[in-house]
Design a protein around this ligand. Sequence first.
Ligand code: MN3
Length: 390
Amino acid sequence: MNTKVKNIAILGSTGSVGTQALEVISENNLLFKIFLLTANANAELLIEQALRFEPKYVVICEESKYLQVKDALKNKSIKVLAGIEEVINLVTHPDIDIVLTAMVGFAGLRPTIAAVKAGKDIALANKETLVVAGELITTLAKKHNVNILPVDSEHSAIFQCLVGEEKNPIDKIILTASGGPFRGKSIDFLSRVTLQDALKHPNWVMGAKITIDSASLMNKGLEVIEAKWLFDLEADQIDVVVHPQSIIHSMVQFTDGSVKAQMGLPDMKLPIQYAFSYPERLKNNYKRLDFANYPSLTFEKPDMVTFRNLAFAYSALKQGGNMPCIINAANEIAVAGFLNKKVGFLSMSDVIEAAMEQIKFIAAPDLDDYLNTDKETRIFAQNFIDKLPL
Ligand code: MN3
């Protein structure tokens, strides 16, 4: 057992993955230490976490909350900073071993690039980063000899299936999807669903944005694109199968037809722990899978006619360039609109479709192109929403 303590930076420590990561760390406090915690705007929880874990640094991105955090931690030897630029600076600190990217959305891109360039291993929970700029990130990761350790449960499953198979080509991967709360529902039904309905995920407890993405199958679409970059695959090598029990977390089919699956109860702490401890596995007391409780594991094809977002994601993946960036930005605005009750459930797809048609396509974007595409798409999507009949 490697006993060197790993210093961990958690970007987005007050979110669902961030708080679960802190639990994993507290359960293994001889192996992992917190070096940096960052939060967008939840100052109260960030303060509570800082008092408990005593990191070297905390950053609150929302600058108006700086004094509140600073004041609460004034008797501690914790450096308090504010703003996203400080996050981008601090992730390069020589003492950091692993950066967990658990913030929501496009905001994760620049800190992730900075961490990769500084040679930090990335525990990747912010899938939007790879969706938007997968080519850029994976090229940089190779150049700087950085491990990208997936935290998303499906991608962790595939990563685990590939251990020991480094020289064996992948025939295809099969991403499992729970189907979300609206599995099997018709367009007519979906035209009447409410925010409360969409927030009830059957198997996973997650943040609001990803819960809505799961209900619309956009989450699976983003995961298809994420998988392309993590595992260097073509679109036709990535299948999605709906598996409502969420016991098989994903599968790999090899060129001889053999299929490996990784299974377990749905609990994000497991992929988080594996990303931190890789290549080792750590003993824990998490609830074990009892097959007797799951007499049938079932599978069905995803309905891409009703849930158009998944089809859009495949289309964006095939088109490449800035198209995944466009669907990501349009989706972030659409989901925010749905959470604020300005957009109906099905209209979220209309926002994305319109952005795909209207925003300028760039075949070989650089970082500035991604930043501009993101900005332009957000403005377009917001205007589109403002003109929707309520
Ligand atoms: Mn997932």
